[in-house]
Write a protein of this length. Structure first.
Length: 290
């Protein structure tokens, strides 16, 4: 373990394992990995997890000499990270989960770990996320309540209920206390569910307002399939945590949104309605789309 100087003493710097989850990230992966390697925090190691990519994105990791673990199939966000937590449990004091389409400024990891080290009640910490193209704030937390759709906070300092999972530093004891991510969700709203569960175990979530990352906007296909997972998973989450009236409210809202979208010819509408149908049928986990 590497160390740093605090006053006249040398103290061990916590080991951070950065787990970059890749699935056909294309040209976005190379600048993401290069930005992580340029981090000022010295005791961080980067591992690329691959969910069965069919493009050549992994070549970027290999060119940089980074460790790659290939799952051979698309396990989804939750299952892939849960497998990684088991495989690499002895190599980290903290896990940093990262999407493959981010740019991370050099001081960001330093800024995040300082918050976790200073307060053991904090289980999750993340930066302010900005759009890569406009530099406008994409997310400074997620706000959610029963009967409502989750929304991203776009002004630092406003109340939030969870940190968006695209880039989040996690205390390892959160895993032992909560059991990790909920694989029935696969992806989308898994961050809200996990942090809600962790909060019942005494762990808080914090945004480091001085830290930031830059996030590439998703392509059209990802936005459409994301609509499916959000519709299905918000119903799952609401059914677990809220009363029946809230579940009826959110299902009606999404159903009307889906019908209106069909009338207007919006492709994502079909995915919203499929998400509602699969919730009704009890379908969970990853879905394949034709």
């Amino acid at each position: 373990m590497k160390s740093r100087t605090v006053g006249a003493r040398r103290v061990s710097a916590p080991r951070i394992l950065v787990l970059v989850l890749n699935y056909n990230a294309g040209s976005a992966l190379d600048p993401c990995l290069r930005s992580l390697r340029a981090a000022t925090y010295e005791n961080a190691e980067v591992v690329v997890l691959d969910n069965g990519s069919t493009d050549e994105s992994l070549n970027a990791a290999r060119r940089l000499g980074l460790e790659v673990h290939e799952f051979g199939a698309n396990l989804g966000y939750c299952a892939a990270y849960n497998r990684a937590f088991e495989m690499y449990a002895n190599r980290a004091d903290f896990f940093l989960l990262s999407n493959a389409d981010l740019i991370v400024p050099p001081p960001t990891i330093d800024q995040l770990i300082q918050i976790l080290v200073a307060d053991e009640s904090i289980g999750f910490v993340g930066p302010v996320q900005r759009h890569e193209d406009t530099k406008e704030i994409r997310s400074a937390g997620i706000r959610w309540g029963c009967g409502r759709l989750p929304v991203h906070v776009t002004r630092p300092g406003e109340p939030y209920d969870a940190i968006e999972g695209a880039f989040v530093l996690i205390r390892k004891s959160v895993l032992t206390r909560t059991g990790g991510l909920d694989e029935t969700l696969a992806l989308n709203l898994e961050d809200v569910e996990w942090q809600t569960r962790a909060r019942s175990q005494g762990f808080l979530s914090r945004i480091a307002a001085q830290a930031e990352i830059f996030h590439r906007r998703p392509g059209r296909v990802r936005r459409h399939t994301g609509a499916y997972y959000q519709a299905r998973n918000i119903c799952i989450l609401t059914s677990r945590l809220c009363d029946h009236a809230a579940l009826v409210q959110i299902r009606v809202r999404l159903y009307l949104e889906g019908l209106a979208g069909l009338v207007l010819g919006r492709p994502r509408a079909r995915y919203v309605l499929e998400g509602l149908r699969d919730f009704r049928r009890g379908v969970t986990g990853m879905r394949s789309f034709s």
